[in-house]
Design a protein around this ligand. Structure first.
Ligand SMILES: Cc1ncc(COP(=O)(O)O)c(C=O)c1O
Length: 402
């Protein structure tokens, strides 16, 4: 049997393959932006450093020290700091998906018997999590329409209020300032899912909300190529959420965090461009006799146009059209689209179309659809970065002769 070759260091090839070259230090001329720390664990210099790490808060006492990837990672922290700056938040916690963010917030802030008051018009995943899972675990859950939430007769003893604005697919804009004041008076925390607006268009914390959640999968990522989520707010309000994130483990990975940090650099450019194109198309579609109704908060005909003008910097890249003839006409329009892709999700470079009754709201009863304001003739469009005239040409040919 040939001898195992030893190197000058006295170590075998297999040992060298694992350890050689690992004494990496950040270079004296650092990279322009934070690199990907693709690491599940971090190496301590000695036991004193371990004690220094342990002597701090749950997140590690010394911001220079890292223990384990489920707790903290430099690339993930860089994304969290950048998004916190955009949202005007003290702290941001990144998650592996938007649903991990939503569910961790609800589980962290609600115990047995405590009451969640949720808007009935939210992303179906959030609605189903509250109805089918959270309620089973002990907290009580009540749903109210945006109109009912706008009235002052809230039930007593509410601990957490959860709303989404703008909503899917009706693009309702709920008055965050009014609801935040009411939540404060009721002794409740207000959580706003701001996915559709991003901090470019709407900053709920400045309007009095306590927590903002985002599906970072959408416009924050902006290229339909990753999943992510974020929770933002004051450090004290986020402390239980961070503690639970460490237990449940729904963290964002470093590669996706790097991509997200990169995407944030172009967020404003993308969102403003999508908003401008959506407004142009919404105005054109609103004049078109082949369309029954256009739901876009930038149109004076939208029920929440006045709130939208106060609350949003621009009106966003989502718009919903309702076709006469219900689902048959909606399906025909959908099937004829060429440039616009038939796909769920939103906020990417490519324009997308989806049929709410056959995607986001497929599991809803007729009563739930009525309460969510969803009809069978609706087609939701997520406007991308294509040229507005090319998009119009596609919509026009898909509408056909009506
Ligand atoms: C408004 C809103 N919130 C939350 C989510 C859930 O996000 P994710 O799919 O990243 O879990 C979505 C997903 O479509 C959404 O549209």
């Amino acid at each position: 049997m040939p001898q195992r070759p030893k190197r000058a260091s006295g170590l075998a090839l297999s040992t060298l393959a694992v350890h050689a070259g690992r004494e990496w230090r950040p270079p004296g001329t650092p990279p322009l932006d934070v690199p990907v720390y693709r690491a599940s664990t971090f190496r301590f210099a000695n036991s004193a450093q371990v004690r220094r790490y342990n002597s701090g808060t749950a997140a590690g006492g010394d911001p220079e020290l890292f223990l384990y990837g489920r707790y903290e990672n430099p690339t993930v922290q860089a994304f969290e700091r950048r998004l916190a700056a955009l949202e005007g938040a003290e702290r941001c916690l990144a998650f592996g998906t938007g649903m991990a963010a939503v569910s961790t917030v609800a589980l962290a802030h609600l115990s047995q018997g405590e009451l969640l008051l949720s808007s009935s018009v939210t992303y179906g995943g959030s609605y189903r999590f509250f109805r089918d899972h959270l309620a089973r675990l002990g907290p009580r859950v009540l749903f109210r329409t945006p109109e009912e939430l706008a009235r002052s007769d809230w039930p007593r003893g509410v601990k957490l209020v959860f709303i989404e604005s703008p909503t899917n697919p009706g693009l309702r804009v709920l008055d965050i300032r009014v609801l935040a004041t009411r939540a404060r008076k009721s002794g409740a925390l207000l959580v706003v899912d701001g996915t559709f607006a991003t901090p470019v268009l709407q900053r709920p914390l400045e309007l009095g909300a306590d927590i903002v959640v985002h599906s970072a999968t959408k416009a924050l990522a902006g290229h339909s190529d990753l999943l992510g989520g974020a929770v933002l707010g004051r450090k004290t309000v986020l402390a239980p959420v961070e503690k639970l994130r460490r237990s449940l483990g729904g963290v964002l990975g470093p590669d996706d965090a790097f991509q997200l940090s990169r995407s944030l650099k172009t967020l404003e450019l993308r969102v403003l461009r999508q908003s401008a194109t959506a407004l142009t198309l919404a105005r054109r579609l609103a004049r078109d006799r082949r369309i029954r109704r256009v739901l876009y908060p930038g149109l004076p005909s939208h029920p929440d146009h006045a709130v939208a003008k106060r609350q949003l910097r621009a009106f966003g890249g989502l718009l919903t059209v309702e076709l006469p003839g219900g689902v048959v006409t909606a399906r025909r329009f959908f099937d004829r689209l060429g440039l616009v892709a038939r796909a769920v999700s939103l906020g990417g470079a490519e324009s997308l179309a989806s049929l709410p009754v056959e995607s986001s709201h497929i599991a809803c009863t007729a009563e739930e659809l009525r309460r969510a304001g969803v009809t069978a003739g609706m087609v939701r469009l997520s406007i991308g970065l294509e040229d507005p005239d090319d998009l119009w040409a596609d919509l026009d040919q898909a509408l056909g002769r009506g």
